[in-house]
Design a protein around this ligand. Sequence first.
Ligand SMILES: Nc1ncnc2c1ncn2[C@@H]1O[C@H](COP(=O)(O)OP(=O)(O)OP(=O)(O)O)[C@@H](O)[C@H]1O
Length: 307
Amino acid sequence: MSYALQTDSLVKTYGLGSKRIRAVDGLSLNVPEGSIYGLLGRNSSGKTTTIRMAMGLAQPTSGSIRVFGLNPSRDPERVRVLEQVGYVPEDKMLAGLTPRKLLELNRSFYPGTWSDDLARKVVRRLELPLDTSFMKLSLGNKTKSALAAAIAQRSRLLILDEPTTGLDPIALDELLRLLVEDCTAEGRTIFLSTHQLAEIEQIADHIGIMDRGRILLEGPLDDIRASFRRIIVTGAALPATHPGILSTKRLAHATQYVLQQEPERFTQELTSNGATVLESCPLSLNEIFIELCRTAEEEDEDEGAAA
Ligand SMILES: Nc1ncnc2c1ncn2[C@@H]1O[C@H](COP(=O)(O)OP(=O)(O)OP(=O)(O)O)[C@@H](O)[C@H]1O
């Protein structure tokens, strides 16, 4: 498999001495070429810092980051990375430009890949006003401008940092359709960070969940979905130390387990132990995210208390 973006033991620290923080803390990510990859994480988990390193805007402290095998923090490789990447930053401020001027600028930067037809299509579908000065644009329209300029560039890799900021539900729906229709049609890769879990679940085929600079879980979304399950049982149950259990909750007359691995095997073991399964259902991406982040936090608290 070839990868659009890969990191290995990537670390980025900011500050000095006691104020030093590890924004990215040994991150290893694999973004397959041709995928729609959703990078998820709580506030301050290190998503933007990772993206900025992919764009060569921040230097890694240690470890490696490669975009199509190239090092974005080293010249002249950085230039070859930037030629192949469309980027929508978290901060969509481009003072002084109207959306039309921004599109014209990007068109001149990327004459080899730019598509006027696609630019027109994105502008129409997102209902972007072309001639309003950037200072007067609403938050959502600033986001749409940056998206139109990046999508029409038709780059091999599209990196979108929080691309849904300020978008209304109709614009968000249109954006998701545009990304699937136009960006994946030619095997392009989309790597996006977002807090919109329900929406990303509709279009992503790969997911990475970050927490405090580390990766908690990464892989094809279908595999991730299949490995998690909520099971409610009564009667004899296994002890909560079973390795597949992520969380256990005592209900009035039953026990609820959330499982991360081998849910079928676990269910069989429960029933052969005399338990009755009342409910067995998959988790949404939102539920998986919350379970994983809570468990990671609890484990860190336990380690902190033991130290
Ligand atoms: N230039 C900087 N100088 C110092 N600290 C920084 C800098 N950039 C980011 N940080 C810190 O690094 C950590 C990770 O920030 P980052 O913006 O990468 O998180 P994020 O996952 O994108 O968050 P959000 O979802 O809130 O946008 C935070 O604690 C942030 O305060």
